[in-house]
Design a protein around this ligand. Sequence first.
Ligand code: PSU
Ligand code: MN
Length: 308
Amino acid sequence: MSTSIPVVHSEEVREALAEGRPVVALESNVITHGLKYPDNAETALKVEAAIRESGSVPATICVEQGAIRVGMSERDIERFATGDRIPKVSSRDLPVVLARGGQGATTVASSLVAAELAGIPFFASAGLGGVHRGAQETFDISSDLIQLTRSKVAVVCAGAKMILDLPLTMEYLETHCVPVVSYGSDDFPAFYCASSGVPSPHRIDDEALLAKVVDLHWAAGHPGGVVITAPPRDEDAVDHEVADAAIREALVRAERDGVSGQGLTKYLMHAVDRTTNGRTAQANAAVLISTAEVGGRIAAAHAALRAA
Ligand code: PSU
Ligand code: MN
């Protein structure tokens, strides 16, 4: 007997997909490991509201009782936001957590696996994981990037997290044939900041054209995704020098404390939040909402394109 992955859609998401209405998938690791309570729960609900206002249906993803759940309820989100022992589940952890019948919060990488299995072609997040600074020595490259080469899901985000080496992250995406197209700016954004200083290979400000890019990439036979960036809004962005100084300090602290591996991203993000007195956490929450809104609009344009 062949094994299939248990995927449980919420009723709202199942109906939307059956009717060809646009759906945007979302990760849950940002709820459990990104923002702190109650900002995590409040932001997750605002992200869902922004997607609804843009004409799409949100589908926040998690693992519970050995199944991938696609579409968390408000109560599920509150449970995850307050639970302190919910593990981070990336792609490679997924079969282990599912086999054990466990629970987990999905990263970008495992959410892409889940979105493709669930039949959702769009995913939104504030920032991708990527090539960590010093990866030449540590080999620390987020499996978010590898999964982007394997799952047919378009990712709308404010670039990659600024704690990373963004030029190397861009090189990785180029080497692995992942299209990067920027919406609303000429440069690849840096999560907290509008620009990483790296120019984006393409800029398209038209949602319908972006939807066409996504389908043409897949029509060409590519097995992976497309990265569509949207910068943080001016009023949400953090000053580049302030963010950069806080990141450098966090990197020194991480090395001193011997932090590496799967806990590093969370450690660095929280250290930066403390140094900036919460200014970066605030930007993180705001950019989650603004990218979700853009993602919802592009997903809606994509659904209209497919229905035409
Ligand atoms: N910590 C945060 N915010 C996040 C993440 C961790 O403060 O958003 C996440 C995302 O879920 C992303 C993952 O997919 O970290 C990448 O982790 P890593 O670099 O270990 O692959
Ligand atoms: Mn890593």
